[in-house]
Design a binder for this molecule. Structure first.
Ligand SMILES: Nc1nc2c(ncn2[C@@H]2O[C@H](COP(=O)(O)OP(=O)(O)OP(=O)(O)O)[C@@H](O)[C@H]2O)c(=O)[nH]1
Ligand SMILES: [Mg+2]
Length: 351
């Protein structure tokens, strides 16, 4: 990075970065005297789980930056060049990487004046938070049924996300209808029915190869008749017919718009975090076709490239609203940038 002027800064003492890490960073929630899990304890438990699940990204991103600083405590051109490579490798993307480097360069003076690693990491965390922006919760209809349409290419985790969301809304006491608008495979419909059973949500389905728009129509009718709080529509990632997937999704969207005022309240694009920059390209296509309102970023537990969350925010301007951190029913979280950054920059057992 030529524009990063070489300025020398040497610390008196180089910290040893080879210190042992705890085998697991997950902590159990605290309990009160009667053994009940306290609210604060539960919050810590939630963060601990996120911290544990983000371990690979933390090692691949924050861990590498720490190690780099251990090796090169001089914040010079080489330091920034290596830092750039680390960020790009973690799928932070060119634009967000540039923004982080620019921000860090501004904070580097402070670090050079003797702040050390702690200050560097603090600045990096602040820059990360700045890119991530504010927390954006899922939309909800002011009254009546909220319709959430879930879209994305095959295998990204759409059906799982529909199931987990249904489960969450049910746990909150809501009446939920799941619509099997992915009619591509019979197995896909069955998969949704299993989720529906588990969650206690009704499932509206047609046969394999049926019209996804007709399923959406029936799901909306059922929602009106049963006064459902939510309709969550699973959709296909591929089609039997020659019809273009985007055209098909637009059709589903039009049906929903016609049947329920203000719907769809949320068009959630499911992206697989392990697919890296490819996810960005997918997002552009879906954004243009169906007006995506939010992203559910799945499989963050299985990748060292969770930096893609920064790329998505910086390059697409679509908020990440949910993150998937595992296959379990509890493993879908509202995306909270502060919690995410805390988990990413966490170092030790949280207690
Ligand atoms: N580790 C992990 N696995 C996940 C997550 N979300 C989904 N999966 C898994 O990803 C696989 C695909 O998920 P599906 O929900 O079937 O994906 P889909 O987009 O509906 O796929 P198609 O119906 O084929 O288009 C399943 O094995 C899920 O258990 C996650 O957050 N973490
Ligand atoms: Mg599916």
């Amino acid at each position: 990075m030529g524009r990063f002027v070489k300025r020398l800064f040497t610390r008196d003492e180089v910290k040893d970065d080879t210190r042992p890490r705890p085998p697991s960073e997950a902590g159990a929630p605290s309990a009160d005297a009667d053994g009940r899990v306290t609210e604060a304890g539960e919050a810590r438990g939630v963060l601990a789980r996120l911290t544990e699940r983000l371990a690979r990204t933390r090692d691949g991103l924050v861990g590498k930056v720490e190690a780099l600083f251990g090796r090169r405590p001089v914040l010079d051109e080489e330091f920034f060049e290596e830092l750039e490579a680390i960020l790009l490798q973690a799928d932070v993307g060119v634009k967000a990487t540039e923004r982080l480097l620019r921000g860090l360069e501004a904070g580097a003076a402070e670090v050079r004046q003797g702040g050390g690693e702690k200050d560097l990491m603090k600045h990096l965390k602040e820059e990360v938070l700045d890119v991530l922006g504010p927390r954006e919760p899922l939309a909800k209809a002011p009254s009546g049924t909220t319709v959430v349409m879930v879209v994305g290419v095959n295998g990204t985790g759409k059906t799982t996300t529909v199931g987990k969301l249904g489960h969450r809304f049910r746990a909150e006491g809501a009446k939920v209808i799941l619509g099997a608008s992915d009619t591509f495979r019979a197995a896909a419909i069955e998969q949704l029915e299993i989720w529906g059973e588990r969650a206690g949500a009704d499932v509206i389905r047609h046969e394999e190869g049926g019209d996804p728009g007709a399923v959406a129509y029936d799901a909306c009718q059922a929602a009106k008749a049963r006064r459902a709080d939510y309709v969550i529509l699973d959709t296909a990632g591929r089609l039997h017919t020659r019809m273009n997937l985007m055209e098909e999704l637009k059709k589903v969207r039009r049906v929903v718009e016609r049947e329920i005022p203000g719907a769809p309240h949320e068009v959630l694009l499911v992206l697989d975090a392990t697919s890296g920059q490819n996810a960005i390209a997918q997002a552009r296509t879906f954004k243009d076709a169906v007006d995506v309102t939010g992203i559910a970023l799945t499989k963050l537990d299985g990748t060292a490239k969770g930096g893609v969350v920064l790329a998505i925010r910086e390059e697409l301007g679509i908020p990440v609203k949910l993150v998937g951190i595992g296959e379990g029913v509890e493993d879908l979280r509202d995306f909270d940038p502060v919690e995410f950054a805390d988990a990413l920059f966490a170092r030790r057992v949280l207690n």
